[in-house]
Design a protein around this ligand. Structure first.
Ligand code: MN
Length: 242
């Protein structure tokens, strides 16, 4: 490199380095009005292929980058026109979704529901999570269902009974007892009477399994237990009891 080339390199680097500063100085109005989205796509926490072979990488990518991102995008559009939605905790809005103005109700139900459900779902799956429940959750499952295998059977049945899109859940009822139930579309556990919260949830939408399992939803639901992060479930159960 000769002296002229070196000088060009320095000049180029310097121009590139100062560009953002100059932009910030000359565009203060833009900086002030640029709105931060009220709702954001949470990090997945693992690679798209981390749950292979049970959940394939392409399904994870499309599910996260397209489906979940679309719920977040739509929800932000609704919140831009209705800013109070961003100030109220999602759980409170979802619990009272039927009381929202009719013009908003279905869009919030679907998009905030979809955002909440998927944000709950991603950390519930993990490569290398513990493979069995322990402590209070293990005891509660054994007391209520007899065994983890019986719980799997019970949730598998509830999944088969959910015709079309929806979710199947293991939750905690009003009296602190474990309950299995399902919701249609993107309805969340908040919308189910006498349910305190969810411990486990399985996405039953075709987009969650179709690329790998085609119409074999049962096979997907069976395989899902292989990627379940029981550590997360144990933790969530603990919060719901306090
Ligand atoms: Mn989904």
């Amino acid at each position: 490199m000769d002296r002229r080339q070196a000088l060009q390199l320095v000049a180029g680097a310097s121009a590139a380095a100062t560009l953002p500063v100059r932009e910030a100085i000359t565009s203060p109005a833009h900086a002030r009005t640029a709105s931060v989205p009220a709702f954001t796509l949470p990090p997945l926490g693992y690679a798209f292929d981390a749950l292979e072979p049970h959940i394939d990488a392409e399904t994870m990518r499309v599910h996260y980058e397209q489906h979940h991102a679309a719920y977040v995008h739509e929800l932000n559009a609704i919140a831009a026109a209705n800013p109070s939605l961003a100030r109220i905790p999602m759980a409170r809005t979802l619990r009272a979704v039927d009381k929202l103005p009719e013009s908003l109700r279905e869009a919030v139900r679907h998009n905030m529901g979809g955002h909440w459900n998927h944000s709950f779902f991603w950390p519930l799956m993990a490569p290398g999570g513990s493979r069995e429940p322990h402590g209070p959750l293990k005891a509660a499952i054994e007391e209520t269902f007899g065994s983890v295998a019986s719980l799997r059977e019970r949730m598998g049945r509830a999944a088969r009974e959910r015709f079309g899109s929806g979710w199947v859940w293991l939750g905690v009822g009003a009296k602190g007892q474990l309950v299995v139930f399902s919701t249609p579309d993107q309805d969340t556990p908040h919308m189910v009477e006498d349910v305190r919260g969810a411990v486990l949830g399985i996405d039953l939408w075709e987009h969650a399994y179709y690329l790998k399992y085609n119409a074999g939803r049962d096979d997907y639901v069976s395989a899902w237990w292989r990627v379940l992060n029981w550590d997360r479930a144990n933790e969530t159960f603990g919060h719901l009891l306090t």
